[in-house]
Every structure is written in structure tokens, then in C-alpha cells.
Design a protein around this ligand. Structure first.
Ligand SMILES: Cc1cc2nc3c(=O)[nH]c(=O)nc-3n(C[C@H](O)[C@H](O)[C@H](O)COP(=O)(O)OP(=O)(O)OC[C@H]3O[C@@H](n4cnc5c(N)ncnc54)[C@H](O)[C@@H]3O)c2cc1C
Ligand code: SF4
Ligand code: SF4
Ligand code: SF4
Length: 382
């Protein structure tokens, strides 16, 4: 039976919950806002299925891509609404054209992030764009299995651990299953996200949020912004927009203060998920393929299954090693920051804004130490 002794040993994929024949596992939120499984021992029959489907207990070997591409969707409006080059939309459209269904992450009515299933192109905007919050899988693996068994084409998209969880849950290959994951920095806590939105809502007198974009490209793809469209107390429609360096939630995310513990020892990145294709931002595009870079978004496409046929898009083959050089998250985990516990303690007391500013602003001592280390390194290099 599944028993989580350390939080880093569970990525929250929900495979165990969906696989349990006695329905005796339930997910419970911890003080950091992440879900973990708890077993009702009375009902458990010790069948061991929960452990067999767990992608953290059963990890694959890393797998290099067979082809590495720089790519853009030629529909500029789709590319601007997408996080990088808009390639996810092309994969999803093809599945829908084939009469299939697409699973992916969407906001719900409270702006929490959940996995949903769609079967029409008009619903694609719900899945388009990265949401930097852990998405709740619910019963999506079970639902996908039902479609697969009925012979429908299924495109399942998500983080590498969600794809690894799906594959373990299914326990057999389906010719009609296509899987797409993203290169994953890690996923922030849903609780931190909820609290952040509450704080912004009271700071700006927000009565109703009408849209949220984590990758607003108004200031460019590289200098992206978090934007929130809302109505205030007077009913006026307004937009709040801050670039990645200005915005508190993005600073908290990119400083790795609010990631799920499993993200610092990811069980599925670097091709371990078993996905057919991995999408990412092609950071360094201005040097790797300057001809494609117009600061509106270029995707990095890592094709991991040579049987997977690609839809039509503008592409250029590039060197995998160059893509890795500019994009740490493809192969490596981020180090657990020593201020993470302090951040969560502080956030419960003073809120997300104050806790983030306190934990991301360097003290004079830290700046001085960094300078000294930098000087020593420089001298050694010389
Ligand atoms: C949490 C997270 C971290 C990421 N970290 C990096 C990184 O470090 N480096 C990098 O190069 N790229 C990263 N990406 C990937 C990148 O942001 C784009 O998602 C990817 O390049 C696809 O972009 P697109 O333009 O083709 O399509 P888009 O339309 O932008 O992609 C939408 C796809 O993302 C999925 N998705 C969105 N939010 C979530 C979520 N919360 N959980 C699971 N799936 C989600 C949707 O299901 C859909 O498949 C990350 C994405 C996410 C969601
Ligand atoms: S051992 Fe079997 S019955 Fe017990 S929790 Fe795991 S899956 Fe459920
Ligand atoms: S990683 Fe997934 S399958 Fe494993 S314990 Fe956590 S929720 Fe269950
Ligand atoms: S970093 Fe790994 S464990 Fe964390 S959400 Fe991404 S795929 Fe899952």
C-alpha cells in the first residue's frame, strides 16, 4: 500500500487514487498546498496496485530525443496566444480533426488549475497557454482509458510526471494514444496561487476576474508578463500586467520557492516520462536560429518517438546540445533553495507578497559573499 514518508516521493499525479480497486485512497492538501494520498487501512486489501502504478516508485531511464527542432505555428494570432511557438495547438487540432479528444490543463471558474478533456476546436483556448500552478488530474486517466478502449484517438498533454503517471496507470500501450509533455521548471503550489490572487484582488479592488495569462507577450516573448483582466468595484474593465521580473508570483516561482517538493528530484524529466513529444521555449533562439526569432515565440520540439508523425509547421532542425545549453530544465532539476521553508512559514504570517520580497531580496551580506566568490572564481579562471 502507498505510504508517503517524505513529500518529495510523491508528484501528486493521482494514478494511485484512480487505480485503487477499493477506492480507499484520498488526496489531502498539506500546509504548502500540495495534494498527497492517504489510505484508509480498514478498506485496503493490500493488492499493491497503488505502488505498481506510481511513477515515482517505478521510474524509466532518461531518453534523448530522436529529432530536435525549432518550430513556429504560422498562424500568428495562435502563436501570440500561446506560451512559445504555438505547437501544442497544431497537435490538438489534428487530434480533433481525427475525431479524437484532447486532455490538458485549464482554469476552472475559481481560477484554480485542473485537467479537463475537450473534443472541439472552440474549446482549445481553455488549454492554450502555460498555467504556472500544479494542475489537478482528478479522474482524467480513467476517462482517457475509456476513450482509448472505445478506439478514439486521445492526445494527453501535461507535465512529464503527469504523462509518466498516465502511462503507469494504463499499464499497456494503445496505438490511439498520443502523449505530449512540456519541459518542466516545476509546478508552484495551488495554495500560494490562491493566496496571491486574493491579495491582488484586494489591492486592486477586483470584484471579478475575466482572464489570466501567464505568458502575455505585450512586452515580448522573452520579457513576458503575467496579466489579469478584471472588473473593479465600479464595474470598470481593467488590466493588471507585470513582467516576469516585476511580478511577485513569477519571482516566487522562478526563484523556486513554491515548487512541489518532488520537482527538486523530478521522477520524469529528461525523457523519463515516456512521452512521444516534448515542447518547450527555445530559449537562445536569437543565437540558435536567428531567422525564426521575432520575439513572438519559438518552440523547442523534442521528438522522442520516431513513429510519431508531426503536423505541418515552420521548422528547422537544430543541435540538441545547444538547446540544452540555454534551457536548464530540459535535463536538470533546480536545487532546493535554503529559504523555501522560511518562505512558507512567512507566507502563512505575512502573505505571499511580503514573504516573496523578503526571500528574494538579497541582504548586504549575501551580495558581498557573492561578490567575493565571483572574484575568487574569476582569479582561478584567469
Ligand atoms: C508548469 C510549467 C513549467 C514549464 N517550464 C518550462 C521551462 O522551464 N522551460 C521551458 O522551455 N518550457 C517550460 N514550460 C513549457 C512552455 O511554457 C510551453 O508550455 C510549451 O513550450 C508549449 O507551448 P506552446 O506554445 O506549444 O503551446 P501552449 O498553448 O502554450 O501550451 C499549452 C500546453 O501546456 C499544457 N499546460 C499548461 N499549463 C499546465 C499545467 N499547469 N500543468 C500541465 N500542463 C499544462 C496544456 O495542457 C497544453 O498542453 C513549462 C510549462 C508548464 C506548464
Ligand atoms: S494496496 Fe490495493 S486496496 Fe490497498 S490502497 Fe493500494 S490499491 Fe488500494
Ligand atoms: S506519485 Fe502519483 S501514484 Fe505515486 S503516490 Fe503520488 S499520487 Fe500516488
Ligand atoms: S518538475 Fe517533475 S515532478 Fe515537478 S511538476 Fe514537473 S514533471 Fe512533475
Amino acid at each position: 500500500m502507498i505510504h508517503i514518508t517524505e513529500p518529495k516521493n510523491c508528484c501528486g499525479c493521482n494514478a494511485c487514487v484512480q487505480a485503487c480497486p477499493k477506492h480507499c485512497i484520498r488526496m489531502q492538501e498539506d500546509s504548502e498546498g500540495f495534494l498527497y494520498p492517504f489510505v484508509d487501512r480498514e478498506s485496503c486489501i493490500d493488492c499493491g496496485l497503488c505502488e505498481r502504478v506510481c511513477p515515482v516508485i517505478n521510474q524509466n531511464e532518461p531518453k534523448k530525443p530522436v529529432v530536435t527542432l525549432a518550430a513556429v505555428n504560422s498562424d500568428e494570432s495562435v502563436r501570440l496566444a500561446s506560451s512559445s511557438g504555438g505547437i501544442f495547438t497544431l497537435l490538438a487540432e489534428r487530434t480533433i480533426d481525427n475525431g479524437g479528444v484532447v486532455f490538458g490543463a485549464a482554469f476552472d471558474e475559481n481560477w484554480d488549475v485542473k485537467h479537463i478533456c475537450i473534443d472541439s476546436k472552440s474549446e482549445l483556448p481553455k488549454l492554450r497557454g502555460s498555467k504556472y500552478v500544479q494542475s489537478i488530474i482528478g479522474n482524467c486517466y480513467k476517462e482517457a482509458k475509456t476513450y482509448l478502449s472505445a478506439g478514439k484517438e486521445v492526445l494527453f498533454s501535461g507535465t512529464p510526471c503527469q504523462i509518466a503517471g498516465l502511462k503507469r496507470f494504463l499499464r499497456k500501450d494503445y496505438h490511439n494514444l498520443k502523449t505530449m509533455d512540456v519541459v518542466c521548471h516545476g509546478t508552484p503550489s495551488p495554495l500560494v496561487w490562491r493566496k496571491y490572487l486574493d491579495e491582488v484582488s484586494s489591492m486592486y479592488n477586483i470584484t471579478q476576474i475575466t482572464d489570466i495569462q501567464f505568458r502575455d507577450k505585450t512586452e515580448g516573448w522573452k520579457n513576458f508578463s503575467l496579466s489579469i483582466k478584471y472588473k473593479d468595484k465600479e464595474g470598470a474593465e481593467k488590466t493588471f500586467r507585470e513582467t516576469l521580473n516585476e511580478n511577485v508570483f513569477m519571482r516566487c516561482f522562478l526563484s523556486n520557492l513554491c515548487l512541489r517538493p518532488s520537482c527538486y528530484a523530478c521522477p520524469a524529466r529528461n525523457g523519463k516520462s515516456g512521452s512521444d513529444i516534448t515542447l518547450a521555449d527555445l530559449w537562445g533562439a536569437e543565437n540558435i536560429c536567428p531567422g525564426l526569432d521575432d520575439d513572438k515565440g519559438v518552440s523547442l520540439v523534442l521528438l522522442r518517438n520516431k513513429e510519431f508523425s508531426l503536423p505541418g509547421f515552420v521548422k528547422k532542425e537544430i543541435e540538441y546540445s545547444k538547446a540544452v545549453m540555454y534551457n536548464h530544465s530540459i535535463e536538470s532539476d533546480f536545487t532546493l533553495p535554503n529559504k523555501k521553508d522560511r518562505f512558507f512559514r512567512l507566507s502563512h504570517r505575512v502573505g505571499i507578497h511580503k514573504a516573496t520580497v523578503k526571500c528574494t531580496t538579497k541582504s548586504r551580506f549575501e551580495v558581498l559573499t557573492e561578490k567575493i566568490i565571483w572574484n575568487i572564481k574569476n582569479r582561478i579562471l584567469k
